[in-house]
Write a protein that binds this ligand. Structure first.
Ligand code: FCB
Length: 454
């Protein structure tokens, strides 16, 4: 544990400094918490299939039970309400509501989200819905998945079906969560589902994700959508390890791959030249008119922020061995990067209001003898990042909200259940939930307009 993280949170920030209508939430995703993997007609997703491959999930686990949220949602909604948040970001499992991604819809699956959304509304919590948090129906993968342009049309149908059913009850619909992760980790590095290692397929995947986002937005607008529509990107400032020409050049290219490859088509109707040139023959097939569709105006842009990236042209730069404070993922704790990132996005692009749709940390938690989880580092992390976001707002960035990742400890993809991101602890044997000290801090922050009682 670093000395820095043992100190009392340095930044003293209060809710009263923010606009009255600011959105404060917690976030989860379907595959990571729901379980009930084969229940009530749910079809398999690419993550269900990926988890069956030997050695891909570090603890050999899967999402079959996860947090059993499918059965425990009422209790979980009560817990969310007890935090005093005004929003909850969750995702719909596409194969739960349309098991093969085309053809019949599954009423039992839709009914679960009816119960969830109605339960949120009854508790005064705004539903923030994400359509694709990575769990593509496996049947669509068997026909080529995101690399197949047909999947774009299936996604638009899915978006329309969800909007027709829930659109008048949710505050917001985000099309995709972190398309870079789906394309690069899922299709180039192969460490996430569907486990493909092919740069051309990854590039085509990223284009189809963006295209399906734009097409879905147009379709929902044509249907008179009243909720806020947008997308969620994972972004990070890129800093060069040294001032060497090689490090600086690689940093520029990595920035292009992570940020400009997504932000430029969304807001400038073009792919960045340097990344396109670097792809060479692996560049995606783009039809006439695709870029116009991708750049369809949005109501909000969601940004997931965890850390910066330090780029070296040599060996990958490791934060911990370079003496930086890190989380249990090994990611550097760097709140000032959030201010920098928000300002950069605000200055370089004509963006709608921004939301921090995910921010949080994995730490080695344990339940103490007093029955509590004293997660000082997570509390410190969250408070400092809220302060960093506020610093960007003071410099003119229009922010709509902030959501902690995550409400619950959950299935952390290739890390299985070994990494805990929740502000609520989950005992996976008993499924009992315990509010960690970070949850109590957030509750206090949200409940009191000032920490000194004013
Ligand atoms: C993000 C994902 C989310 C969670 C966090 C830690 O990339 O969107 O599901 O895994 O990282």
């Amino acid at each position: 544990m670093s000395t820095q993280s043992l100190l009392k949170p340095s930044a003293s920030i209060t809710k009263s400094q923010f606009p009255k209508d600011f959105i404060w939430g917690v976030a989860t995703s379907a595959f990571q918490i729901e379980g009930a993997a084969t229940l009530d007609g749910k079809g398999p997703s690419i993550w269900d299939e990926f988890c069956q491959l030997p050695g891909v999930i570090s603890d050999n686990s899967n999402g079959d039970i996860a947090c059993d949220h499918y059965h425990r949602y009422e209790n979980d909604l009560d817990l969310i309400q007890s935090l005093h948040v005004n929003a909850y970001r969750f995702s719909i499992s596409w194969p739960r509501v349309r098991p093969t991604g085309s053809g019949e819809w599954n009423e039992a699956g839709l009914a679960f989200y009816d119960r969830l959304i109605n339960g949120l509304i009854q508790r005064g919590i705004k539903p923030y819905l994400t359509l694709n948090h990575w769990d593509l129906p496996a049947a669509l993968q068997h026909q080529g998945g995101w690399a197949n342009r047909e999947t774009v049309y299936r996604f638009v149908e899915y978006a329309q079906g969800i909007h027709a059913r829930f659109g008048d009850r949710v505050a917001s619909i985000a099309t995709h969560n972190e398309p870079w992760v789906v394309a690069t980790l899922g299709h180039e590095q192969g460490i996430f589902a569907p486990g493909i290692k092919d740069r051309a397929i990854a590039a085509q995947t990223s284009h189809h994700l963006l295209l399906s986002h734009g097409m879905a937005l147009r379709a929902l607008r044509a249907e008179g959508a009243t909720c806020q529509l947008g997308i969620v990107l994972n972004l990070a400032p890129m800093h060069a390890a040294t001032n060497s020409l090689a490090d600086l050049a690689k940093t520029q290219l990595e920035d292009g791959k992570l940020l400009r490859w997504y932000m430029d088509p969304l807001f400038k109707k073009s792919y960045p030249n340097d990344v396109w040139a670097d792809l060479g023959v692996d560049a995606p097939i783009v039809h006439d008119g695709d870029l116009d569709i991708i750049a369809t105006p949005m109501d909000f842009l969601g940004i997931n922020y965890y850390s910066r990236t330090i780029v070296s042209a040599g060996e990958p730069w490791d934060a911990k061995s370079n003496g930086k404070a890190v989380s249990d993922m090994g990611w550097e704790i760097y709140p000032e990067g959030l201010t920098e990132l928000l300002l950069r996005v605000h200055n370089d692009y004509n963006v709608p209001p921004l939301f921090v749709t995910e921010n949080g940390g994995a730490f080695k938690d344990q339940i103490n003898d007093d029955g509590r989880v004293h997660d000082v580092e997570r509390t410190d992390y969250i408070e400092r990042h809220i302060a960093a976001m506020y610093a960007a707002m003071q410099q003119g960035v229009k922010m709509g909200g902030y959501m902690v990742w995550s409400f619950l400890d959950n299935f952390e993809w290739a890390s299985g259940y070994e990494k805990r991101f929740g502000i609520v602890h989950v005992n996976y044997e008993t499924q009992s939930r315990t509010l960690k000290d970070s949850a109590l801090w957030y509750q206090d922050f949200l409940q009191h307009t000032t920490t000194d009682g004013k």
